[in-house]
Structures are given as C-alpha cells and as structure tokens.
Design a binder for this molecule. Sequence first.
Ligand SMILES: Cc1cc2nc3c(=O)[nH]c(=O)nc-3n(C[C@H](O)[C@H](O)[C@H](O)COP(=O)(O)OP(=O)(O)OC[C@H]3O[C@@H](n4cnc5c(N)ncnc54)[C@H](O)[C@@H]3O)c2cc1C
Length: 349
Amino acid sequence: MTSVDYIIVGQGIAGTMLSWSLWRAGKKVLVVDDAKSNSASRVAAGVINPVSGRRFEPAWMYDTIYPFAGDAYHQLSELLQIQVLTERRLWNVFPSRQMQEAFMKKAAGGPYTLLPERMEYEEILDQPYGAAIVKGATVNLRALLPAWRQFLNSKGALQEAHLNLGELEVTAASVRYGDVTAQKIIFCDGVATAQNPWFDKLTFLPNKGEVLWVRVPGLHTEDIIKKSITLVPYGPELFWAGSSFVWDYDDDLPTGRQREVLEKGLQQLLKVPYSVEYQLAAVRPSGNDRRPMIGLHPEMPAVGIFNGLGTKGCSLAPFMAAHFTEVLAGNALLMPEVDINRYFNISGG
Ligand SMILES: Cc1cc2nc3c(=O)[nH]c(=O)nc-3n(C[C@H](O)[C@H](O)[C@H](O)COP(=O)(O)OP(=O)(O)OC[C@H]3O[C@@H](n4cnc5c(N)ncnc54)[C@H](O)[C@@H]3O)c2cc1C
C-alpha cells in the first residue's frame, strides 16, 4: 500500500500546475493521467493575452495573474531545463474601421496595448484598417507537459492510466484507489468532470475548438498574429492557426465544417498561399460564469476539484494553483469568485 497526500487526476495545465505547486509545498502527490491525445492542453496554443475581447479591456485579475504566471513558468524552466514562457508581441490586425476607432478611443496607450510605429507584414497580411500591438506571451505546452510528466515519473509520482471512478473508495477523511491511499483526491480532469457525480451541480458550458497547423512560406516571425484567426509561430514558416468556438457538437473530433471556417479566416488574413499540415480539435472546460471552479466537496472534503479554466488555462493556472495550495494548507480562504460553493448555494469563505 502506498500513501500520498494528494492524488491528482489529470495532467493538463491544471494538473501540472497544481501538482507542481503542492510538490513545492512539500506534499507527496500521485498524478494519474490517461494521456488523452486531444485534451484541451495538448491542442491549445498556449497564448497569454492580457486583454479580452473586441474592446481590448484588461482580462480578469490580470495585474495579479500575469506577473505570477511569468514567475511560475520561469521557475519551471529552471527546474525542467526547458524554455516554458516566451514573451511575444500580439500583432492585432483590425478587422474593420469600427474596431480601429474603438481601439483609438479606449485602448491606445493602455498598459498592454500600443500602436505600431510603422506598419509591418504589408506583403503578407491583408490589413487595410491597420493593426495594434498587445504585449503577450506563449507557454510552450508541448514542452512543459511532457517535461513535467517525465519529472513526476522520475519521482515515482505518475500513474499513466485512466482513473476509474467506480473503483474509488472515499470517506470524509481519506481516499483509496487500488493500492494507493491519500488524504485527498483533486480532479483536474478537464471536460471529463462533467461525468463526475461528485460535481454534477457545477454548471459546465464546455465548448469545442478546432485548429489547423499550417505552413506559410515567406512568413518568418516570432509575433502572434491575430485577426478573426490567430497564428502562433511554432517553427520556420510553421504556425498553429485557430481556433473555432462551437457549443453544439457531436464529439471532440475535427470536422469539415470548422475546417472551412478556419480556412476562411486564413484567407481573410493572408495575401499569400499557405498549406494545411493537419487539423486538431478539443473541448475547453468552461464554466457558465467563466470563472475557475475550485474547492473541496462541501459534504465529502476528501474530494476536490481544480477546473473551469476555460479559454485562459495558461494565464490562470499558476496563480490559481498557488492559491488552492494555500487554501488546502489552511493558510487562506478561497476567493468567492472561484469557490465551487457558489454551485452548492453555500456562500464562500
Ligand atoms: C483549440 C483550443 C485552443 C486553446 N488555446 C488556448 C490558449 O492559447 N491559451 C490558453 O491559456 N488556453 C487555451 N485554451 C484553453 C486551455 O486549453 C484550457 O484552459 C486548459 O487546457 C484546460 O486545462 P485542464 O488541465 O483543466 O484540462 P485538460 O487539458 O483537458 O486536461 C485534463 C487531463 O485529464 C486527463 N483525464 C481526464 N479524465 C481522466 C481520468 N479519469 N483518468 C486519468 N486522466 C484523466 C486527460 O487525459 C487530460 O490530460 C485552448 C483550448 C482549445 C480547445
């Protein structure tokens, strides 16, 4: 029989950051992950964008979350000897005159936004209304997730398997799964939580996103380029191009319909030919109020959840994982906005 402090189910960005944070706090963790090839974290681009939506307003809690994420990813870079975070310009192409005017009125000269001194990419991008620059970053999920997994494996803290809920034995004070006992089990299982009876009161609004990996001959840049579609550089002339948002879908596989939508976005952005290498799809674990879902089950406190990171997993996960670690240690109260008690009609705190 093995005994750990926490079993963490899932090693997307949520399970990665929570297990790292708990490990740093001196806790013994076991991460169980079934390596679903199209989990949200394995399909995502890893963009950190400090502004939201068409109005270029600073994203929720951004002043706290962004510097925190920067620090956390730098520490992980040192530990794992990989580059995790790359600060990048987001070259935002205005899709219309109205958007350009809205930016001039509200966002020009904001903390994260500026106008370019001169237009760039004129030969390659269709940008009749100009562009703005947002100070963003990318998280290299394709390096971080396997490197953290390898680290866990080297410490005997990884089980590459599907955790079967039916085999869990839970009491108020502990959990047993096979030959492992733990004080708590924390579900970081993304959209799979929708099937978890402990958390059936949580209102998920999962949405599916599809992406293309494309080659754009002649486009050499370290910038993220954004119009109705976002291009994220991944190698010489190679880009992640996405993504779509669909709330009504049959499965989590790529579709011809969304390929058309994505290609239309590419054709509206690029003046030059491109070629599609492959197409991927995944489902984002979003909640109905777009806030993370964090906490312990009110009646069964050995069972917890760290989920609902929605479209901003890379920005939110580092701060929220550290916050939850403090809460689990009894040093802090959960922020009410993220506390799952809001779904159990219990006020947080
Ligand atoms: C197309 C697309 C583009 C995106 N782009 C960005 C972006 O640029 N920037 C950004 O910040 N966010 C982006 N997101 C959102 C981001 O991907 C999510 O916020 C984030 O990945 C959620 O991470 P997670 O760890 O909660 O879930 P997931 O990544 O889904 O991880 C869940 C993990 O749990 C495992 N699992 C589930 N059930 C079990 C079980 N029973 N037993 C064992 N293992 C299990 C799965 O294998 C998986 O590894 C994007 C999402 C999509 C779909």
